[in-house]
Design a protein around this ligand. Structure first.
Ligand SMILES: CC(C)(COP(=O)(O)OP(=O)(O)OC[C@H]1O[C@@H](n2cnc3c(N)ncnc32)[C@H](O)[C@@H]1OP(=O)(O)O)[C@@H](O)C(=O)NCCC(=O)NCCS
Length: 133
């Protein structure tokens, strides 16, 4: 096991679900594991639970640029800055909030060449296994 991916559903499938992902070792990062795992996971959630894609959110520290970029690639937009925790809330298929001042957040996101990932087309066929500790 190199990390984990989770969904928190505090109020059931009728309301928002918070996604989290972690690739534990630096050695295993930047190899595409997070984008692969999250694509499969999001596809599974929205086809098997089912959870509407627009109910998917992520809460990420404002300083965590790798994670913010990862979720952006998967189609999540920043909708809120929760100042008290200095974290952003991202939601699938949402435009960036108009009243949000990215300069205020000091995110320094470099748009660069962003290859977005259409995880909704990810096939689960033969790619979901069981956990064997
Ligand atoms: C964020 C995290 C899950 C990314 O895992 P990863 O396997 O390295 O990510 P991937 O290799 O799949 O990268 C996918 C994309 O994410 C972004 N990204 C990942 N690491 C990045 C970094 N260090 N700097 C900038 N962008 C980064 C890039 O857009 C990247 O695409 P690219 O490689 O084509 O540029 C990992 O860094 C991590 O576990 N961090 C600690 C836990 C955490 O912050 N979790 C998120 C809270 S929900």
């Amino acid at each position: 096991m190199i990390g984990d991916v989770n969904l928190f559903l505090p109020n059931g499938v009728e309301e928002d679900g918070e996604c989290e992902i972690m690739i534990a070792s630096e050695h295993d990062r930047r190899k595409g594991y997070a984008v692969e795992a999250l694509s499969l996971f999001l596809s599974y959630l929205t086809t098997s639970l089912p959870l509407p894609p627009t109910h998917l959110i992520a809460r990420i520290s404002s300083a965590n640029i790798p994670s913010i970029k990862l979720f952006q690639r998967l189609g999540f937009g920043i909708v809120k800055h929760v100042k008290v925790f200095d974290e952003v809330e991202m939601r699938y298929a949402s435009e960036i909030a108009r009243d949000l001042d990215l300069a205020d957040l000091a995110l320094e996101l470099d748009p660069g060449v962003v290859q977005s990932v259409d995880w909704r087309k990810t096939s689960l066929q033969g790619r979901l296994g069981s956990y064997d500790p």
